[in-house]
Ligand binder design. Sequence first.
Ligand SMILES: Nc1ncnc2c1ncn2[C@@H]1O[C@H](COP(=O)(O)OP(=O)(O)OP(=O)(O)O)[C@@H](O)[C@H]1O
Ligand SMILES: [Mg+2]
Length: 305
Amino acid sequence: MLSPQSIPDYLLQSDAVRARFARLKAREPVLEVSNLGKRFASPQGEHVALNNVSFTTHRREFVCVIGPSGCGKSTLIRILAGLETQTSGEVRVNGKAVDGPGADRGMVFQGYTLFPWLTVKKNVMFGLRMNGQGAAEAEREALQWLDLVGLEKFANAYPHQLSGGMKQRVAIARALANRPRILLMDEPFGALDAQTRAKMQAHLLDIWRNVDITILFITHDLDEAIFLADRILVLKAHPGEVQELIEVPVPRPRSYEQFTSPEFLATRARLDALIHPPQSHESPEDDARVSPHMIRMTDVNDDVE
Ligand SMILES: Nc1ncnc2c1ncn2[C@@H]1O[C@H](COP(=O)(O)OP(=O)(O)OP(=O)(O)O)[C@@H](O)[C@H]1O
Ligand SMILES: [Mg+2]
């Protein structure tokens, strides 16, 4: 293990990584977010969920979004999906302003959103049929996408017969089947156990390598963000604002051995500093959030620690 002194600066990039970022930024922008703001009315007055958020994502880029709970990650992705309207600013996909949901954006949520009464295959066919595709053609395509996520054998199973990881693979196949330009993923692996989650991360990278898709992926897990992302958009809370857009210096292809590499640890240290800054006790409101008032609910005298 490297000592904190020997961890390099996260801004240092090898020649290969720097060249990769130069190629990435030379690709056309797929998603352009400019000065995005969102306010919600609440009984306490107006709540600013997002303030002046701007960033650009390029074709086939993998961007992770992290930030403390309540910083507006889901609000951001819902605006990008067209499920929520912004109060100010603009979102463009392929140069076209977003004003509602569209086939150019696919969504995968944390909760399992498959139709329980349809088979796996019919779940994937659903969007294709809605777009007017014939049954035979939709079935052929659905089977191709199920093959890509390794679930062709489960085409005729129902969602309740699948594990959590398999359900999310179907959800990814269903989103990709509509041929979106962007895949918007809101903590898609958040409900999975650690082992399944690790498998799904590697699997998602495999899919991403083989499909012309730009991915925006929200997570709470710092290691997951570093393992997956080209760049990590770090948001801060109250109000939700961009803190930094970090270029991950870890080379590709990624592997789990890299978790202890100097570049990985350097990025991890930077994210830790941004997400878990040393506690300040400046405002009583902050204190209340960090340590809620504890009520003792036992009379037993023998303390547990
Ligand atoms: N429909 C709504 N009406 C009022 N306030 C809302 C609404 N949706 C979100 N908010 C508020 O906006 C802020 C951002 O919420 P959001 O769900 O986007 O956060 P988040 O970063 O996704 O959090 P988490 O990490 O817990 O999922 C929160 O303070 C939340 O209470
Ligand atoms: Mg959320």
